[in-house]
Design a protein. Structure first.
Length: 120
């Protein structure tokens, strides 16, 4: 049986300090302290891809899309703000996904929460 990418993504997002999940625009999404969105699931929301969109540090979106456009893309609506689209319907390295989700969290979380990641 193949693991559900939504469940695997959810596990990674909810493992981070003070995160919660709720629907946003009809898709599961994860927030820091119920306010700051850092990851949203995208299951055929606007195209044929199963993916997630996430906040990304400055310049990361351009680098990742240029390096591997089969796995990474500029998502609609939030891509102009530097958010990264990550496909989950291709061969997925879940260790890398964990790093991407953690970086997304660090990008939007208050410094005090982001600092707690160093002790995990």
């Amino acid at each position: 049986m193949i693991d559900d990418p939504l469940d695997l993504l959810r596990t990674r997002c909810l493992a981070l300090p003070e995160t919660n999940e709720r629907l946003s625009h009809g898709e599961p999404a994860w927030f820091v302290r119920d306010k700051r969105l850092f990851v949203t699931f995208a299951d055929h929301h606007h195209d044929h891809r199963v993916a997630f969109w996430c906040a990304a540090p400055l310049g990361v979106q351009e680098e990742m899309v240029a390096t591997d456009p089969e796995r990474f893309f500029r998502p609609p609506y939030v891509g102009h703000r530097g958010w990264l689209g990550v496909r989950l319907d291709v061969d997925v390295d879940w260790g890398e996904i964990t790093e991407i989700v953690t970086d997304a969290y660090r990008t939007v979380a208050p410094k005090t929460l982001a600092a707690r990641l160093d002790s995990l």
